[in-house]
Unconditional design. Structure first.
Length: 536
């Protein structure tokens, strides 16, 4: 008999998120990490609305958002300070019901995730220990854990192992999984600077497109400012990390924050040279071993998607693992983790590299051509259509239909259950934990509400917009209705992770026939072993 259902190696934000999501399903989980305490230096600083929706599923979104900041604009400027491109961050369309760009302080977020784990008796922490060896068997994984201080070892068994143990992942190495290089390998000096309480500054983000030394300025949560400066070939690393050098490099740009702020103010929390990488594991799963977060992928920070990608990994895998372990679904669905997440992360990395190429240009001639192109983009916006901010990306093929909307999160507008309800709530408040069908008009309800149980025995409640009371939800805004009209959609079949599995169209076959077809295919995907399960 195995000791655990899941062992998670790594207690950073990705591992902690996976533990929380497994804890919600009462999965017997062990977390190990060689470090006992949270690293108290901010590293990740940005996530998006889709990521905040994941925190929402834990009941943590409002608490975390209260400690975050939403910045005003993103500005690309040349070496003379002239504007090349500008994006209004505050006016980006909301993503999944939350602001599209959110800046946070990582130690606080990790603390909230760890505190939330106290709710779950099924999750155990064994800190100070790390995975030292693993052997995969047909029905379990045998792990050797080693204590970092004493050197003691012990053996545990688990049905599945998650490697969320960072860029230097021991789990990835032990599983023999290689990393693909997606061609971005540049050293940058990363500086975390904290201003004194009460010091006011502009909340604008800057990318300094100076071929002599590209740089970045990002106001983060609270009084935290992130600076990044690209290293030149003749730079000495130790000299670059020295506080006097750092403050001298900040000085020409600090006026963007406020004319009243000096580079001599504040505290340098960290100044360290990092190699920016674009790396992706050749496979994110190997048998009963899964990789997520930095263990599976590393990307340059130009889109602020590194931590977002890890948290999306955790969400994608956790509900599938829980369903398999609780015998709701067939183990074969776990193969969709790699296919869905690999394609998604690859697209994000490639776009981050593209943005990096704009910023990191050091050849003066190429820089002139870049500047000219970006300036033309102000006159002819179509030229810059490939450079987007606040966008979302689509999952790869997997536990999804072949619908063009499949693998995108369903929007999350505000809803009410009846006209007398004082406050609107976000859509997920009214959705069940499992699969469901959301119809976009009460007119469709009679045709669809009895299909699910009759066809496949999948528990798939039908929820409708319009009608109020017990008959449906009332939109506080019309985002979903507008989507339905624009794309001729009558209903949306939604997965437990709020990804769109399929849509029903107001054309072609009758809606009931479309629903029945999708449920039949979904049933075959979920229950590929031929057994009958109830998908809760």
């Amino acid at each position: 008999m195995r000791d655990y259902d899941v062992v998670i190696a790594g207690f950073g934000p990705t591992g902690a998120m996976a533990a929380n999501m497994l804890g919600q399903h009462q999965i017997n989980t062990l977390i190990v990490d060689p470090q006992s305490e949270i690293y108290d230096i901010p590293r990740g600083v940005h996530f998006d609305g889709e990521t905040m929706r994941i925190f929402q599923s834990l009941g943590l979104a409002d608490t975390i958002l209260a400690q975050c900041a939403v910045n005003d604009t993103l500005n690309f400027v040349n070496r003379h300070g002239a504007s090349l491109m500008r994006a209004d961050l505050k006016n980006l369309p909301p993503s999944a019901g939350w602001p599209a760009d959110i800046f946070f302080r990582q130690p606080l977020v990790e603390q909230h995730l760890r505190e939330n784990l106290k709710k779950f008796d099924s999750v155990t922490q064994d800190l100070g220990w790390a995975v030292n060896a693993l052997v995969q068997h047909e029905d379990h994984v045998e792990l050797t854990l080693r204590h970092g201080e004493s050197g003691d070892t012990k053996t545990v068994t688990t049905a599945y192992l998650i490697g969320a143990d960072g860029a230097d992942s021991a789990v990835r190495e032990l599983a023999g999984i290689a990393l693909h290089d997606l061609q971005c390998d540049e050293p940058w000096l990363v500086v975390d600077w904290e201003l004194e309480p009460g010091v006011a500054f502009n909340r604008d983000v800057y990318q300094f497109c100076d071929p002599a030394r590209p740089g970045t300025l990002v106001p983060c949560a609270g009084q935290h400012i992130r600076w990044e400066f690209m290293m030149n070939p003749d730079d000495d690393r130790a000299t670059m990390e020295h506080e006097d050098t750092v403050r001298a490099m900040m000085a020409p740009y600090v006026g963007h924050l406020s004319p009243d702020i000096s580079a001599r103010q504040g505290k340098i929390l960290r100044s360290k040279v990092y190699q920016f990488h674009a790396l992706l594991a050749e496979r994110m799963a190997d048998g009963r071993v899964f990789l997520m977060g930095d263990a599976a992928h590393q990307m340059p920070p130009f889109l602020g998607q590194g931590m977002c990608a890890g948290l999306r990994d955790a969400e994608n895998l956790s509900w599938k693992l829980a369903g398999v372990l609780q015998k709701h679904y067939a183990p074969s669905i776990l193969s969709s983790y790699h296919s869905e997440r690999y394609a998604h992360v690859r697209a994000v990395i490639k776009q981050a590299v593209q943005i990096g190429e704009i910023i990191q240009t050091r050849n003066p001639v190429k820089a002139f051509l870049r500047d000219t192109f970006l300036r033309l983009g102000k006159i002819i916006p179509k030229l810059l259509s490939g450079i987007q901010f606040g966008q979302t990306w689509q999952l790869g093929a997997g536990l999804l239909s072949d619908d063009k909307m499949a693998g995108r999160q369903i929007p999350q507008p505000l809803m009410r259950q009846n006209p007398q309800q004082d406050m609107s709530q976000k859509l997920d408040t009214y959705l069940p934990d499992g699969f469901c069908l959301l119809t976009l008009s009460p007119a469709y309800l009679p045709e669809l509400q009895n299909i699910s149980a009759a066809v496949t025995r999948i528990e798939c409640p039908v929820i409708t917009l319009g009608g109020g009371g017990d008959d449906g939800l009332i939109e506080a805004d019309t985002e979903l209705s507008d989507m339905g009209k624009q794309l001729n959609i009558a209903a949306v079949l939604v997965r437990p992770d709020r990804q769109i599995y399929a849509t029903l169209k107001n054309e072609g076959a009758p809606l009931a026939a479309q629903f029945e077809t999708h449920l039949t295919i979904l049933s075959a995907q979920l229950f590929a072993d031929g057994e009958t399960h109830m998908a809760g």
